[in-house]
Design a protein around this ligand. Sequence first.
Ligand code: FES
Length: 103
Amino acid sequence: MTKFLVGKVSDISDGNMTHLTAGGQEILVANVKGNYYAIGNICNHAGAELHEGELNDKEITCPWHGAKWDITTGNLVWFPQKLKSAGSYPIIIENEMIYVDVH
Ligand code: FES
């Protein structure tokens, strides 16, 4: 396990997101109703950064061509073609700080 600091729990309120590079991976971290999730931040269609998209509940919509991704799993929810999962990463909360486990 390699733990990377994302920020304070209070820095990402419900419905908001942040992004970071950790262990060579581009990662998006989002708060959905008080639960934190981390998925790959790069859209597997043409490389958009998903943190620039719109988060609605558990779905993030890619800002370029509208692919919808499940923030809880990194899996594709909707797009005209099949796309590889963005991948997901475990979140660790310790002492009001958020960490992501990049392995
Ligand atoms: S780059 Fe995300 S849908 Fe095209």
